[in-house]
Ligand binder design. Structure first.
Ligand SMILES: Nc1ncnc2c1ncn2[C@@H]1O[C@H](COP(=O)(O)OP(=O)(O)OP(=O)(O)O)[C@@H](O)[C@H]1O
Ligand SMILES: [Mg+2]
Length: 317
């Protein structure tokens, strides 16, 4: 349904998005995940025809973003990163205004208004002016305007930014419901969010696509290393532990993970091949060589670790 082909965007000499190619299926909920400046917003602005690409293109429902921007826009609901809300307008007036700009037939507007007010939990505030609403409610109004025309494709740039925990849960549930019968692309920095809500995750970093997969497969892919965490009492005797571990067969990498809050312990993270459980070997060697071992355990990589690993490996490559 969406085909992104070699999409790139430069702002002057800043490379915001580079050679992005991707297909999105109808009905998918897709999450763009990446640190600040990864190019998420820029990609969304290009897909919604607010910003022309420097090169490459995309087709949405068979319409090209360069040749048929009006056809594309008609079919998309977009929540921009900075929502251009009209502060003096009342919520219901604003939503009616958006509906007319989108060319909705007048008889459709009233029921649509009732629907989005209910879906976005705006019953209490729909007669108030937008400027007097809290940030969370303004965000809900932003989502309401994106879904008023019941578009087949929703593009939501950080839909839960600035919301309180309760509202975050509400908005996530809402997105999941919306995703049942339409395609949704959303962006986020928050891993648990995309893994809960999305069918597929795209990890972007510095304008490039780093990985695309289902949350489960991303996790599985990075289970290619096994991680053991070791805590030693920090003393003269703990020195050299890192080197001793690196000598062991099967050890791929040893990183120091000590926290400044616990100055009396030395924490090391040992990465090894996944087919080997090195705990016994490590404990035996450390004790035999007189290192003050306090703790040892096997760690599961969280999706958060995977994300950081993918992003930092890309940077260090
Ligand atoms: N209008 C602009 N003019 C110049 N450079 C820009 C502009 N907008 C974005 N950039 C640059 O393009 C890169 C990508 O920015 P973008 O806003 O797409 O990232 P993002 O992934 O949405 O980040 P965030 O998580 O902070 O929202 C950054 O280096 C940014 O500084
Ligand atoms: Mg952004």
């Amino acid at each position: 349904m969406i085909q992104i082909k070699n999409l790139s965007k430069y702002y002057g000499t800043t490379r915001a998005v580079y050679d992005l190619s991707l297909e999105v299926e109808k009905g998918e909920v897709l999450g763009f995940l990446g640190p600040n400046g990864a190019g998420k917003t820029t990609t969304m602005k290009m897909l919604t025809c607010y910003l022309p690409p420097s090169s490459g293109t995309a087709t949405i429902f068979g319409f090209d973003i360069l040749n048929d921007p009006m056809e594309v826009r008609k079919r998309i609901g977009y929540l921009p990163e900075k929502t251009p809300l009209y502060q003096e307008m009342r919520v219901d007036e604003y939503l009616r205004f958006v509906a007319s700009v989108k060319g909705m037939a007048p008889p459709r507007v009233k029921p649509a208004l009732g629907r989005v007010i209910e879906q976005c939990g705006l019953e209490e505030v729909h007669r108030r002016s937008i400027g007097k609403l809290s940030k969370g409610y303004q965000q809900r109004v932003g989502i309401a305007q994106a879904i008023i025309s019941d578009p087949e494709l929703l593009i939501l740039d950080e839909p839960t930014l600035g919301l309180d925990p309760r509202q975050i849960i509400d908005i996530r549930t809402m997105i999941k419901n919306l995703g049942r019968d339409r395609t949704v692309i959303l962006s986020s920095h928050i891993l648990p969010e995309v893994s809960q809500v999305c069918d597929r995750i795209i990890i972007m970093n510095q304008g490039e696509l780093v990985a695309v997969d289902t949350p489960d497969k991303l996790r599985a892919r990075l289970k290619q290393v096994s991680v053991t965490r070791i805590t030693l009492r920090r003393s003269d005797r703990s020195r050299g532990a890192r080197e001793a571990l690196l000598e062991m067969e099967g050890v791929l990498m040893v990183k120091e993970k000590s926290s400044p809050a616990q100055a009396d312990t030395l924490v090391l993270q040992v990465e090894s091949r996944p087919d080997r459980d090195l705990r016994e070997g490590i404990a035996g060697k450390l004790v035999k060589e007189g290192f003050p071992l306090l703790e040892i355990f096997h760690e599961e990589l969280s999706l958060e670790d995977i994300f950081i690993k993918l992003v930092t490996e890309e940077v260090n490559r």
